[in-house]
Design a binder for this molecule. Structure first.
Ligand SMILES: Cc1cc2nc3c(=O)[nH]c(=O)nc-3n(C[C@H](O)[C@H](O)[C@H](O)COP(=O)(O)OP(=O)(O)OC[C@H]3O[C@@H](n4cnc5c(N)ncnc54)[C@H](O)[C@@H]3O)c2cc1C
Length: 482
């Protein structure tokens, strides 16, 4: 029996694993290292965050992206880094700080008498006293519900495309206004696609270029942080622990709307040169057509017809060969089907949402079950959408695991992995009730008050019917902004 199994080998899984290894925990890490960055992001994309704000947290603070680049002779000053460099950095990080990552896909995490039973697609079965689910972002890709009936040839999500060249010469409508939408559209135009962008927002926002020589007044007016410039970004990047003490409805609103979608300053010229835009429109419905003929079945020459509602109440339609939703990611526990259904459905949620309730150490209401990454955004705020959030997450989460192990009976013993094919007892015995710690310390209260500045700049709350999709809960690079 392992102390800990980490599911996922992206920035969050690797960071947690490096801290757990340094803490002396007996652990396994399952997943394909940096698979999202290698397989679910278009080739040619560039890192939106600054290199110094994109280090995966390790216990010594020495395995940074800038250290990796320096070792490889890659300059980080003059131009944004390709995402592929970041993917290579993640692999380099993994090779230096962890037990070897097992490139296996976890298919099941179920309760067990002494913790959890984990099964992989490759046939291995393991037992662990604690599990961290760091399964990343593609699983939570959000597509506007209006596109639900369309086949993959006509409608897709940005995470489906590594290679944009099949769109050469084709007509593509990109939905969204965040970095992912804007950069995907620019790359499509450069690839020779006839691309246009449709977004609900009435104007596109672009980040200002960095100004290294800023004086003190400017720095006070718009402080620089790992998430960008301005007080809200500063608050989200520096005070994730305080976010957790805000009322649930406020946190859900923050998760839906912050940070505001925008494009990187270096992308603007490329985008404006090649991409016409239709702003202030949202897609209300979509169906399939052939030019001039309405068809029911699929077939060559098929097109998509989008039904649009304008901000001023106008209705219109737009036909296109393909609609690509760069509309971000929604943290929805119900998508996590690898988690035993009884366990998943029994997990406490935040305020009627589909996001897990978490304690200050990233523990869920099931003792020993921890979350990292996107699913923690409604608890700790927008920093958890970015690599930067690994610095807040990993040390606290590993501390939570250690506390959990200390609370368990010493009689549990350690048995190591269970060989493939052998029988693992399928006990679903309940865990002891979880104690909720909701008392605030004075410093947490003070930090919570400091959030007022950031909150004051958030858009007004939008009402969301109970049970409706967590539409806009997207990170900024992916931007849930259709
Ligand atoms: C186009 C794009 C650009 C981005 N640019 C930036 C940026 O510039 N800066 C920034 O900070 N953030 C950026 N992000 C956000 C970025 O995705 C996250 O910050 C980061 O990847 C989150 O790390 P993660 O470990 O939670 O998830 P992921 O990187 O998604 O990794 C999840 C890992 O879990 C594994 N996994 C999933 N399911 C299983 C399973 N069942 N069994 C085993 N393993 C599993 C996957 O294979 C993968 O290795 C970008 C996102 C997108 C989509």
């Amino acid at each position: 029996m392992y102390d800990l199994v980490v599911v996922g080998a992206g920035p969050y899984g690797l960071s947690v694993a490096s801290h757990a290894a340094a803490a002396g925990l007996d652990l396994r890490v399952l997943g394909r290292p940096m698979a999202t960055w290698r397989e679910h992001m278009p080739r040619g994309m560039l890192l939106a965050s600054r290199p110094e704000a994109t280090a995966i947290a390790d216990p010594e603070g020495s395995r940074t992206l800038t250290a990796y680049c320096a070792g490889q002779g890659i300059g980080t000053e003059d131009a944004p880094l390709p995402l592929d460099v970041f993917a290579e950095y993640g692999t380099w990080f993994a090779e230096r700080s962890l037990p070897p990552v097992d490139e296996q896909t976890v298919t099941k995490v179920a309760p067990h008498r002494e913790g959890f039973r984990i099964e992989t697609a490759e046939g291995e079965r393991l037992l662990a006293r604690a599990v961290v689910l760091a399964v990343g972002v593609p699983l939570f890709a959000h597509r506007p519900p209006a596109l639900a009936g369309l086949p993959a040839e006509l409608a897709s999500h940005s995470t489906h495309h590594r290679d944009l060249s099949p769109f050469r010469g084709r007509e593509v409508t990109v939905l969204g206004a965040g970095q992912s939408a804007l950069e995907t559209a620019a790359l499509l135009a450069e690839e020779g696609a006839r691309v246009q962008l449709v977004a609900r927002t009435s104007h596109l926002a672009w980040d200002a270029p960095p100004q290294p020589e800023r004086g003190r007044p400017a720095a006070l007016r718009r402080p620089v942080s790992a998430l960008g410039t301005g007080w809200p970004n500063w608050v989200w990047s520096r005070l994730p622990g305080a976010v957790r003490h805000l009322p649930a409805a406020t946190r859900l609103r923050i998760a839906d709307t912050a940070p505001r979608p925008s494009g990187a300053w270096w992308l603007r010229d490329r985008f404006e040169e090649g991409v016409p835009v239709l702003l202030g429109h949202r897609v209300t419905a979509a169906d399939r057509t052939t030019p001039g003929v309405r068809r029911l079945g699929g077939g060559p020459g098929e097109r998509v017809r989008l039904w649009l509602a304008g901000v001023n109440g106008t209705a219109s339609t737009l036909e296109t060969e393909h609609v690509l939703a760069a509309t971000g990611f929604a943290p929805r526990l119900s998508r996590l089907t690898l988690l035993d259904s009884t366990l998943r459905e029994g997990l406490r949620r935040i305020g009627g949402s589909d996001a897990p309730w978490l304690d200050a150490r990233f523990g869920s209401s099931c003792p020993g079950l921890f979350f990292a990454g996107l699913l923690t955004v409604p608890t700790f705020g927008p920093a958890m959408r970015f690599v930067h959030g690994t610095h807040f997450t990993a040390p606290r989460l590993v501390e939570g695991v250690r506390q959990h192990l200390a609370e368990l009976s010493p009689a549990t013993g350690a048995a190591g992995p269970v060989p493939a094919g052998s029988t693992v007892p399928d006990s679903t015995a309940a865990h002891p009730a979880h104690t909720l710690h909701t008392q605030r310390t004075p410093s947490e209260r003070a930090a919570s008050e400091a959030l007022a500045e950031g909150l004051g700049r958030l858009p007004a709350p939008v009402s969301r019917p109970a049970g409706s999709p967590d539409r806009a809960a997207a990170h900024r690079p992916g931007g849930s902004t259709e």
